[in-house]
Design a protein around this ligand. Structure first.
Ligand code: G3P
Length: 214
């Protein structure tokens, strides 16, 4: 299973890289808006520290404009993958860009049929937003299970990037059902590592170490 970090913050990304837990990065306009610098400057900085896909979102809505914007973004670095929303124009752009050798990640996926259409259009990755589906009373991880089943039925190679992760439970379920990738906010990456029994165990071992004659 691959871990991407869902962040545009270079310090957080560096920490995830140092932990060996960043196989790639996803960004979006909301994450970029929290940082200083232009999107291009931020993508360049991220590409210098991460050896893997770095997803940069196209904000155009018309197919030709998405293609033009994506071509420019792709010039920034070989590892740039273009995030494109799951719309009709979006999929037209995905189809063209993938044929041109530019990798795409279809984002804002909320149904199995959007995921199937994205794979047929040739997307390298898709991002189902599990947390936002949970917010509506649906079960985001059930959608991921359905997409995995459909992709397996037909041998699609599109990789599922579980996105909008809000808890370590989301990551655990993604791992149990075999999702290819989870894109995880840094705060949740830290929570994954932590356990109160580990901390308590260290404290009691240190206490007992003091009793040993050295
Ligand atoms: O990768 C998508 C993610 O950034 C969206 O998360 O929490 O805004 O639904 P959230």
């Amino acid at each position: 299973m691959k871990f991407f970090i869902d962040s545009a913050n270079v310090e957080e990304i560096q920490k995830a890289v140092d932990l060996g837990l960043a196989d790639g990065v996803t960004t979006n306009p909301t994450l970029l808006a929290k940082e200083k610098g232009t999107p291009e400057e931020i993508y360049k900085a991220i590409c210098q520290i991460v050896d893997g896909p770095v997803c940069a979102e196209a904000i155009s809505l018309d197919a030709d404009e998405i293609i033009a914007e994506s071509m420019n973004l792709a010039k920034i670095h070989d590892n740039i993958v273009i995030k494109i929303p799951a719309t009709k124009d979006g999929l037209m752009a995905v189809n063209t860009l993938e044929k041109e050798g530019i990798k795409t990640n279809v984002t804002l996926i909320f149904s199995a049929m959007q995921a199937l259409a994205a794979a047929k259009a040739g997307a390298s990755y898709i991002c189902p937003f599990v947390g936002r589906l949970d917010d509506t009373g649906q079960n985001g991880m059930e959608l991921v299970e359905q997409i995995l089943q459909i992709y397996e039925n037909y041998g699609f190679t599109t990789e599922i990037v579980v996105a909008s992760i809000r808890s370590i439970g989301h990551v655990q379920t993604a791992a149990l059902i075999g999702a290819h990738i989870a894109t995880i906010p840094y705060a949740i990456i830290e929570k994954l590592i932590k356990h109160p029994l580990t901390d308590a165990g260290i404290q009691s071992f240190l206490k007992d170490w003091e009793k040993i004659s050295k």
